[in-house]
Ligand binder design. Structure first.
Ligand code: PLP
Length: 456
């Protein structure tokens, strides 16, 4: 049978059709032209010579819609890990996000002193707050905690040995490995002790003329249990100071308040670490602190001054948007009584299980209606803090679980929603932990489920 072949339309002809004008307004001529070219050459390559202009234009509209969809988008984090590194860690307080947006839209006092009309220092916006909150003499901030550790080692111990316990040679997800960061910083790692036990004498024996500092790394994302021994910070600072060298303490997450006030397990605070004699302490802005990505550094005045003189500081500095957000978040910590309401990360971590269960029960119906032939139930589950904080402590929570055949199609559908839903799959179930779905988001969650699409 011979098919009647109409030739492929030309790019020029397509650009002149009235249907294309909508695309031109929305996406601009270069992108629309490129889309037509791509589609026509793909059709030619496939030996498809026929094609109505409307057909090609429709296909171009689909291509362009995908290309112009923002790649980084908000998702519903139902993984059960509150500070999920792959999902952007801590959500920020709205007033902090607004301060960041405002700073980014405008000229600001970033490095300008209004009193004198002279050049100012960008750290002044946060250093006083950080000192008040931790009892430190001085403070500074860089891009993230990995950068903080790098800067501290590069300043205090370039070409010098830094003894670290073998029990603390950790890897944090996303390629932060203590030995690698150390070698890039120019410091020389000197391993001491064993994986499960390190004693004061191990550090003492390791110290010599080539030693630049002692370093302690918080066992953030794992726990060593059983026959163990670690040297307390107070002992370690004594050993360091006897030898005339500083003690560096990498707290990882750290927390500016004692989490035990909300019944959460204890996480070391920078204040405790400084009181134990650490000379410099580093921790993250977007872990338990609940702010933007940042590496906070507090400690002795002369150490912070040395960090600020290091040219690496300039390369690792924070931008005005994140500085603005961090300032707002730190100020919230001046009123610890209202922190659990105002800092979303802490609000989610302290959310009562009964409240989470209510959310799970409310959204269960919408999920069951969407997949009537699957078993959709509310079940107790455990959430994790995430980002390496308190790895062994799981929080009691509630989840909606979906059981039955073809779970992969369902998780794929959930990921394809306008605001993708990210859960986890375990033991033949989809588990949607409701801890991070706050009541204000329930409606949006339910509304997008009732749209149409491939439901698997
Ligand atoms: C998370 C962590 C880091 C890395 O911090 P980032 O802010 O992700 O750069 C370093 N050390 C410890 C102990 C950590 O827990």
């Amino acid at each position: 049978m011979i098919q009647k072949i109409s030739p492929l339309p030309s790019v020029d002809a397509l650009l002149r059709t009235p249907e294309t004008s909508v695309l031109l307004t929305r996406f601009g001529r270069p992108a629309v032209t490129a889309a037509f070219r791509d589609i026509l050459s793909a059709r030619r390559a496939a030996g498809t010579f026929g094609g109505q202009p409307a057909d090609v234009i429709g296909q171009a509209a689909d291509h362009l819609a995908v290309r112009f969809t923002r790649s980084q988008r908000p998702v519903f984090n139902m993984t059960g890990t509150v500070l999920h590194t792959n999902l952007g860690r801590s959500p920020m307080p709205p007033e902090a996000a607004e301060a960041a947006a405002e700073a980014m839209r405008n000229a600001t006092t970033l490095e300008y002193d209004l009193e004198t009309g002279q050049r100012g220092e960008r750290d002044t916006h946060i250093s006083r707050l950080l000192c008040d909150l931790t009892g430190a003499e001085a403070a500074t901030v860089v891009n993230n905690n990995a950068a903080a550790v790098m800067l501290v080692l590069n300043t205090l111990a370039p070409g010098k040995e830094v003894p670290v316990s073998r029990g603390e040679l950790i890897e944090i997800g996303g390629a932060f490995r203590v030995p690698d960061i150390m070698s890039r910083s120019g410091a020389i790692l000197k391993e001491v002790g064993t994986t499960n036990r390190t004693h004061a004498r191990d550090y003492k024996d390791a110290i010599g003329p080539a030693t630049g500092a002692l370093m302690r790394v918080h066992q953030a994302n794992y726990a060593i249990v059983g026959f163990t021994a670690m040297v307390p910070a107070a002992t370690l600072s004594g050993i360091a100071h006897d030898a005339g060298i500083p003690l560096i303490d990498d707290l990882g997450s750290g927390s500016l308040v004692d989490l035990e006030r909300w019944g959460l397990p204890h996480e070391p605070t920078p204040r405790e670490s400084l009181e134990a004699g650490a000379d410099v302490v580093t921790f993250s802005g977007d872990k338990l602190l609940g702010g933007p990505q940042a590496g906070l550094i507090v400690g002795r005045g002369n150490v912070i001054a040395a960090l600020n003189r290091n040219p690496l500081k300039r390369a690792l500095r924070l931008d005005k948007g994140r500085l603005a957000a961090l300032e707002v978040v730190l100020r919230l910590y001046l009123d610890p009584d209202r922190l659990a309401e105002r800092v979303p990360a802490l609000r989610l971590l302290t959310r009562p299980e009964s409240d989470i269960r209510t959310t799970a029960e409310r959204i269960r119906g919408a999920l069951a209606a969407r997949w009537p032939d699957r078993t959709v139930t509310v079940e107790p589950c455990r959430s994790q803090i995430g980002s390496g904080a308190l790895p062994v402590d799981l929080l009691v929570s509630s989840a909606v679980t979906i059981e039955g055949k073809g779970l992969e199609n369902i998780t794929k559908f959930l990921r394809s929603l306008p605001r993708p839903v990210i859960g986890r799959v375990a033991r033949g179930q989809i588990i949607l932990d409701c801890r991070c779905l706050e009541s204000g988001d329930e409606e949006a969650f339910i509304a997008q489920l009732s749209g149409t699409g491939d439901t698997g």
